[in-house]
Design a binder for this molecule. Structure first.
Ligand SMILES: [Zn+2]
Length: 254
């Protein structure tokens, strides 16, 4: 079975030039358009996270070169810039929203990272959902979950799922760990909260050997040329560190 390439994007818009830090936070729109076109030339088939998770579990056939697009934080610029390009190609995508910051800004970056940017409000998230995209949860408050108490971890996973389900009137089945921060407690909490998948920032391609609640992803950086992105897709499948995972049938304990 071919591995599933899960790509991680954040903001898409007018971001020409290079930056010294936080490169994975931005994608310049012309470059984004070229990347979306490139997936077709390279023979990748962009599938939904639902199809990828079912395929990895052996419940559905996967295409030969499956690729999944994810967008963290649910910035307003997803709706303005990324969504029309994705629609033109007929590509599905998953957008991870922070349930207590709907319609606010990425305030977790204030003072420590890039300038906070506007996040989609409820109407905008509904619009994205109505366009056929999937909304997932990116926790309640965008904390580093592995540094939190058990109780806080459970509430961030559970409460964000409930809040988004109430807000959007649909099932929220996919989670993304803020900053990629997770440990075994977070994975167990994701299972208890009822998520079907959870994605990390561990760079690699997802296979049927992965725990669906700690799926690796490849970040697309502002500095990535088409050749650079092709290289990432083609050669960076094996994570540098073994993934944190739950012990299960036929699997060694972590
Ligand atoms: Zn985030």
């Amino acid at each position: 079975m071919s591995p599933v390439q899960i790509l991680m994007y954040h903001r898409v818009g007018d971001f020409p030039g290079r930056v010294r830090s936080h490169g994975a936070l931005y994608c310049h729109l012309p470059r984004f358009k070229a990347q979306m076109a490139m997936f077709k030339w390279l023979g990748y088939q962009v599938i939904s996270l639902d199809d990828a998770v079912a395929g990895l579990a052996g419940q559905r056939a996967l295409p030969k070169k499956p690729l999944v697009l994810t967008f963290d934080d649910a910035y307003v610029d997803f709706l303005e810039h990324a969504a029309p390009v994705l629609k033109a190609h007929g590509y599905p995508a998953t957008v991870y929203a922070v349930s207590e910051l709907i319609g606010k800004t990425s305030s977790w970056d204030a003072g420590v990272g890039p300038d906070p940017a506007p996040l989609m409000n409820a109407a905008q998230l509904r619009e994205v959902q109505d366009m056929g995209f999937t909304i997932g949860s990116h926790s309640s408050r965008h904390l580093r979950l592995a540094q939190q108490s058990d109780e806080r971890i459970h509430s961030e996973l559970r409460d964000s799922r409930h809040a988004l389900q109430d807000l959007l009137g649909s099932r929220i089945d996919h989670f993304c760990y803020p900053y990629g921060s997770h440990d075994l407690r977070c994975i167990e909490a994701a299972a208890q909260a009822g998520y079907l998948s959870a994605t990390t920032c561990q760079r690699g391609a997802a296979t049927s050997q992965d725990d669906p609640l700690s799926l690796p992803r490849k970040a697309v950086s502002r500095g990535d040329s088409l050749l650079g992105l092709w290289w990432k897709l083609r050669f960076k499948d094996i994570p540098k560190h073994p993934a944190i995972r739950r012990p299960g049938p036929g699997q060694a304990a972590p």
